[in-house]
Design a binder for this molecule. Structure first.
Ligand SMILES: Nc1ncnc2c1ncn2[C@@H]1O[C@H](COP(=O)(O)OP(=O)(O)OP(=O)(O)O)[C@@H](O)[C@H]1O
Ligand SMILES: [Mg+2]
Length: 228
């Protein structure tokens, strides 16, 4: 059984006549890093919402076909159930951050899992260390730069230690040094057997991927090096 299996997935937003996804198929094996590229507005974030159950559970629209996570249809799972296996880092960190301190932000997920306080403390420290933000532990996320907020959004997902990670252009505002650190971290996550789908616009970051696919006309195809 694969962590991600997408079968015949089509999706169109309400009041939007265009099918954003059109009979899309995707299989991602455990421990695989799959990168997805595509033109702006083509539907990459929409695909991330489908993979993470936000569609159909939060956003309305017409969805047909299936997304299976470890063999279970996302329609039959609740978002809290999905959150135990899958973490998503959104394109805009401001959709993800709502606490007054970095520490509370990163602890939020593990607290919701009702983990013991020592375990939560360990996870928060570990996640902040992984993204190089430990010294900002007591800072207010709103006072950090865009790149730093992206790192905190990443840490808040890492602290859940999900088996599947979806990164939707999660490094767009992070500087070169930070990107190098995150890419190395992704390879470590892969070595632990975790599964990663990364949406990426910076072709320089694609070297970590086992496969690169391009989203075009609602479907995925192997990426041949050119977007259009
Ligand atoms: N909530 C929504 N309701 C209606 N249409 C939407 C909604 N969200 C996105 N769209 C439309 O769906 C299309 C795909 O958007 P999406 O954000 O998935 O593209 P993207 O490939 O992630 O773009 P970008 O590269 O800019 O991040 C766009 O035409 C967008 O305007
Ligand atoms: Mg997007």
């Amino acid at each position: 059984m694969n962590p991600i299996e997408v079968k015949n997935l089509s999706f169109q937003y309400e009041k939007n006549t265009r099918k954003i996804l059109d009979n899309l198929e995707l299989t991602v094996a455990a421990g695989e890093i799959v990168a997805i590229v595509g033109l702006s507005g083509i539907g990459k974030s929409t695909l991330c919402y489908c993979l993470s159950g936000i569609i159909p559970h939060v956003y309305g629209g017409i969805m047909t076909g299936h997304v299976y996570l470890n063999g279970r249809d996302t329609r039959d799972l609740t978002l809290p159930q999905i959150a135990t296996t899958l973490g998503i880092v959104f394109q805009n960190p401001d959709n993800q951050l709502f606490s007054f301190t970095v520490e509370d932000e990163v602890a939020f997920g593990p607290e919701n899992l009702c983990l013991p306080p020592e375990e939560i403390e360990c996870r928060v420290t570990d996640a902040l260390e992984k993204v190089g933000m430990l010294k900002f532990r007591h800072a207010n996320p709103q006072q950090l730069s865009g790149g730093q907020r992206q790192l905190i959004a990443l840490a808040s997902v890492l602290s859940l230690q999900p088996e599947i990670l979806i990164f939707d252009e999660a490094m767009s505002q992070i500087d070169r040094r930070g990107k190098k650190m995150i890419l190395e971290m992704m390879l470590k996550l892969k070595a632990e057997g975790r599964t990663i789908v990364m949406i990426e616009h910076d072709l320089e970051n694609l070297f970590v991927a086992d496969r690169v696919l391009v989203l075009k006309d609602g479907r995925l195809a192997p990426f041949a090096g050119k977007l259009s």
